[in-house]
Design a protein around this ligand. Structure first.
Ligand code: THU
Length: 174
């Protein structure tokens, strides 16, 4: 009986369905602008400074700000695992701490493991996407995100493409 009810509920449902589209541009390194290439190179270089003795997964990030300054960071691990922090947040928090009045225009990310950069673009974790979204929202300007992969590079014009249906400060007030 319970099963039958569920079946009727399913077919008789007036539930609406939304499809959320997201835009990812895929390209090769030589198709990036000189500015984008420089930022990707900074992110790649920063993987060398990664402190990741536990995962051995090195992530580097570089953020170009509206004043032209490039802030760099990489993942920092800890024996107490949750105390570590991803490269994206290390970088964005450093950028916002040192330059609180300058928007982040572009953020490049690169991952290195097993002796080489990953062939696929490294996907930022959910927590980093949330922080990236708040950074973009805070300055009211789209933040470009460049995910480096040896095989292809993904470019997002805005963090909203990486995290649709995001949670913002306004949501705290219903
Ligand atoms: N990591 C990042 O730095 N960024 C991400 O978005 C994904 C994961 C780091 C955290 C940890 O040090 C290692 O990669 C393995 O998860």
């Amino acid at each position: 009986m319970h099963y039958l009810c569920r079946l009727i509920g399913y077919f008789g449902s007036t539930m609406k369905e939304y499809t959320i589209e997201t835009k990812i541009r895929s390209c090769q390194f030589d198709e990036l602008t000189a500015e984008q290439q420089a930022l990707v190179n900074d992110a790649k270089q920063m993987t060398a400074n990664s402190y990741s003795p536990y995962s051995r997964f090195r992530v580097g990030a570089a953020a170009r700000l509206s004043n032209g300054v490039v802030v760099k960071g990489c993942n920092q691990e800890n024996a107490a695992f949750p105390s570590g922090l991803c490269a994206e947040r290390t970088t964005l928090f450093a950028a916002n701490a040192n330059y609180p009045n300058h928007a982040v225009q572009s953020l490049a990310i690169a991952c290195y493991t097993d002796g080489h950069f990953t062939s696929e673009p490294g996907a930022p974790c959910g927590a980093c996407r949330q922080v990236m979204l708040e950074t973009e929202h805070r300055f009211g300007k789209p933040m470009e995100v460049i995910l480096y992969g040896e095989k292809e590079i993904y470019v997002f014009d805005s963090v909203t493409s990486l995290l649709p249906l995001g949670f913002f400060a306004e949501d705290l007030h219903g």
